[in-house]
Design a protein around this ligand. Structure first.
Ligand code: ZN
Length: 539
């Protein structure tokens, strides 16, 4: 598939003042802002003055797509530096169900080793084994023995998906500190230093942030259905020791970037003979979105701080004299709480009916059919649903038919596809904005991991009925508010361009590979190099 795009010829092209064919950069910095929808980026773009303004002045793809259906963190991060859709990376969701595993918990977390004794999907050993393809850093390290592959994140799954199977350093926030699953390298001195600084900050209360006049226009408390607290006018004041509040605030992104900058210095990234890659996934925007929605004062403060923090980080790289290039994107988009969307005139915005939850629906159908057990296994984020394998084969078929019919009859359900229908659908070859819904689902489908059927909720239905546990908004749908994300490429001294033609996050990896002159075997990735310039994109 391609679709390219003369207008993108400026991508990583030297400005006229510079030499025509500059050498490849020595450091690739790949930033993922978790839950940073293109809608949010478009809305805030005029407000940015820091790092996001700088990156937006590079080559700015206004219509990047996490094109698959299951728009969650793990699949989204799996696309960015592998160049592959989840159908190929194998990362179909944050979790899936594997009824063949020995342990009682049949849920598998995307970056766990579920064979480890005594583990569960919530108390697990971190592992990249479910990722079925190499990352850019993996390929770099097999091509150049001196390349370093480093990842830092607020989430384990983001750091693992961006660095893959052969990382030199990989650090992620575990709720209390930055930690790693790797035992192959000495702990850099900056890690305990940053952890001590975070612990010291956490032990003190944090005063409220001061909103800009623009953010003050967003401040309006909106009641939330489903038991949650009103949101919309928060300013991130937090009590001493409240690590949950630290994570759902700009603080954690600042800490993540401080650790990244420390690793650049301590490891001398970008200063060796071979190019290095530093992946940074900034998680706070996602936690802020889930906790407060996307259109209140909280997200305004978060994005203001994110812009400043990324700017500070880029200034550190500038001051070190490193020849670097940056790509920034998101693992998925997001949307606001339905209560505020209704106030804004989004007429169909609603919370999902609790009776659609697979546990509720499965039990009801099993009872109707005279069967024991849960009937269905699945998650409340919808998507993949699994029929209970404890049932006899004939009863599994009866339950599957009943469940597909029952979900299809629900007014909040857009479509239901069986695994057979999905598997029989060819992989899409057109532009991602034109994919049918089943084509989006097809790129999230992997035999052996995916469910027996896939439920698609209608547009603007938020799959959170009970808000009493603190999450009021989410992502994960097949709709473009969750699929469309920013895609920015920037290099110091290089000319920018704005491109409106749709592109995909799977295009980032082959584009960066071309930039550093890393050969990729033909057909080895789903994505395509985003450049009209033959020097960057070998034909
Ligand atoms: Zn995410």
């Amino acid at each position: 598939m391609r679709k390219f795009i003369a207008a993108a010829a400026a991508l990583f092209t030297a400005a006229p003042a510079l030499a025509q064919t500059p050498p490849p950069p020595k450091l690739l910095v790949v930033i993922s802002v978790d839950q940073f929808s293109a809608n949010l980026f478009d809305e805030y773009r005029p407000q940015f003055t820091g790092g996001l303004a700088r990156l937006a002045s590079g080559t700015d793809f206004r219509n990047g797509y996490q094109s698959h259906a299951m728009t969650e963190t793990c699949p989204g991060h799996s696309t960015i530096l592998t160049g592959d859709h989840p159908a190929r990376t194998g990362i179909i969701g944050n979790n899936w169900i594997d009824q063949s595993i020995a342990r009682a918990d049949k849920i598998v977390y995307c970056v766990e080793d579920e064979r480890a004794p005594g583990t569960s999907s919530t108390h697990y050993i971190v592992s990249p084994e479910h990722l079925l393809v190499p990352t850019l850093g993996d390929v770099m390290k097999s091509h150049w023995s001196g390349s370093r592959n480093v990842a830092v994140s607020g989430k384990d799954r983001a750091a693992v998906m961006m660095s893959g199977h052969n990382a030199d350093q990989r650090w992620y926030w575990d709720g209390k500190q930055f930690t790693t699953d790797l035992s192959n390298a000495a702990v850099p001195k900056v890690v305990p230093k940053v952890n001590a600084a975070v612990a010291a900050a956490l032990s003190q209360p944090r005063p409220a942030l001061e909103p800009s006049p623009f953010c003050q226009t967003k401040a309006r408390a909106v009641p939330v259905q489903g038991g949650g607290q009103p949101v919309g006018a928060g300013r991130f004041a937090r009590a001493a020791g409240d690590a949950t509040a630290l994570r759902a605030s700009p603080e954690i992104d600042g800490d993540t970037l401080a650790l990244a900058a420390g690793l650049v210095d301590e490891m001398q990234l970008g200063r060796g003979a071979a190019p290095d890659v530093l992946s940074i996934s900034l998680s706070a925007t996602d936690y802020v979105g889930h906790t407060y929605g996307t259109e209140g004062e909280e997200m305004c403060l978060q994005l203001t701080e994110l812009d400043r923090e990324i700017g500070d980080f880029l200034s550190v790289l500038d001051s070190r004299g490193i020849d670097y290039a940056v790509a920034l994107t998101a693992d998925h988009g997001g949307k606001d709480i339905p209560e505020r969307e209704q106030l804004a005139g989004v007429g169909d915005a609603a919370r999902v009916d609790a009776s659609l939850n697979p546990a509720v629906m499965g039990k009801k159908l099993a009872t109707q059919l005279g069967l024991s057990g849960p009937g269905l296994l699945g998650s409340s984020s919808f998507g993949d649903m699994y029929v209970d394998r404890q049932l006899q084969a004939a009863d599994q078929k009866r339950l599957l038919d009943a469940a597909v019919a029952a979900y299809r009859a629900q007014p909040q359900v857009e479509a239901v596809f069986t695994a057979a229908q999905i598997a029989a659908t060819p992989l899409p070859t057109t532009s991602p904005d034109r994919w049918s819904i089943i084509e989006r689902v097809r790129e999230s489908y992997r035999a052996g991991r995916s469910g027996d059927f896939f439920v698609v909720l209608k547009k603007d239905v938020t799959p959170i009925a009970d808000t009493s546990h603190g999450y009021v908004a989410t992502h994960g749908s097949v709709w473009d508010y969750d699929r469309r994300v920013p895609m920015l490429f920037w290099r110091p001294g290089f000319r920018g361009a704005t491109v409106t033609a749709p592109v995909e996050t799977v295009d980032i990896m082959p584009t960066l590979a071309a930039l550093i002159e890393l050969p990729l075997a033909a057909g080895s990735v789903d994505g395509h190099c985003l450049d009209g310039t033959p020097a960057f994109c070998p034909r």
